[in-house]
Design a protein around this ligand. Structure first.
Ligand SMILES: C[S@@+](CC[C@H](N)C(=O)[O-])C[C@H]1O[C@@H](n2cnc3c(N)ncnc32)[C@H](O)[C@@H]1O
Length: 326
């Protein structure tokens, strides 16, 4: 194999590695327990979900009545196997429509699930999948990470509500940060202890320690939930115990921006009215009634924020709105 083709293989493998892993039911239940009221009479669309393996389909079909859903639509990308739901073994994909438990046996039976064929491969960007998206009120899934920017841009373009999983790195993408700054996207509750475990069909792609042979799960520390649905935690004021006054030396100013640096969210001074640089993890606690997000990472010179000539880790510049009002 020449270098070019082996590179191609590696690229393909690395794309698959980050695009194919399956969310556990317990994680979906934990996150969605905070959103119950949003689902009443709504059409939910899971558009990156093979119903054979997707726990999103499982969760919404089994909780259809509990949530009071109107319809569940699930599209399956490149369904290639003969399986329970489909006789289709081509590149063509299927989609399912479920409108509830007709025979009241508390199980979504096969005959209650409408299986329909798509003309294409079920790509979320395809015309027919966009038609389904138009119908939907809320999109819930774990989309392919390699297409996250495009995936979110499409949801915003079609003005959809969503609860989706993505990498925390996405916060640093220009387009995604802008949405966060403009309060069009925020972080959900996240995975238990910040550890996200997924099933993978590509165990060999992962180093030992990341993939656990016993559980068959890969572990990620940098994955979370993103949403634009209102959630309680977004309206809870953070309470701080440290003050700037008397502790000035703990809060150095940047060389290239008029703000103080803060290494841990809990150390934000309760009495500081000016601009402050905080770590990205601040967004897990961000309450837009309490704080304003001003900018990301760069100083006035458009270079990374620095203290005494040394660049800091990524920082988000914020301001406490409540202090300014006094
Ligand atoms: C991270 S996996 C998650 C699967 C499932 N949503 C879950 O959480 O268990 C992403 C899925 O998106 C599918 N996918 C990849 N590219 C896609 C595309 N362009 N359109 C729709 N689905 C895609 C992959 O086949 C993969 O199953």
């Amino acid at each position: 194999m020449g270098t070019k083709s082996s590179n191609k293989y590696l690229q393909k493998a690395s794309r698959a590695k980050f695009d194919d892993f399956y969310t556990q039911l317990a994680d979906i239940e934990r996150e969605l327990s905070h959103y119950k009221d949003h689902f009443k009479d709504k059409i939910v669309f899971c558009n990156c979900d093979d119903p054979k393996i997707s726990n999103f389909f499982h969760y919404f079909s089994y909780n259809f009545e509990f949530l009071g859903l109107k319809k569940l639509i699930t599209t399956c990308y490149k369904n290639q196997q003969v399986d329970l739901f489909s006789q289709n073994n081509s590149e063509k994909a299927i989609y399912l429509e479920y409108t509830g438990d007709k025979n009241r046996n508390k199980v979504p039976d096969l005959y209650e699930i409408g299986i329909k064929h798509l003309k294409g491969d079920g790509d979320f960007r395809s015309k027919e999948c966009i038609e389904l998206l138009r119908q939907a009120d809320i999109v819930v899934t774990n989309p392919p990470f390699s297409l996250f920017r495009e995936y979110v841009a499409q949801l915003i373009d079609y003005d959809k509500k969503f609860v989706i999983i993505g990498s925390l790195n996405a916060i640093t993408y220009k387009e995604i940060f802008k949405l966060i700054k403009d309060n069009k996207l925020w972080l959900g509750y996240g995975f238990k202890g910040g550890n996200a475990y997924f099933k993978t069909p590509h165990p060999k792609e992962f180093a030992e320690g990341v993939y656990n042979k016993e559980t068959g799960l890969v572990k990620f520390r940098n994955v979370t939930w993103f949403t634009n649905l209102e959630i309680q935690k977004r309206h809870e004021d953070l309470i701080f115990y440290k003050t700037y006054k008397g502790n000035e030396k703990d809060y150095p100013k940047y060389d290239n921006y008029d703000a103080i640096n803060i290494d841990k969210t809990k150390d934000i001074p309760a009495d500081y009215a000016g601009t402050m640089g905080v770590p990205i993890s601040f967004l897990e606690k961000y309450n837009p009634d309490q704080f304003e997000i001003i900018k990301f990472r760069k100083g006035d010179d458009d270079k990374d924020l620095a203290i005494n000539g040394k660049y800091t880790y990524f920082r988000i510049i914020i301001k406490n709105k409540k202090i300014n009002k006094q």
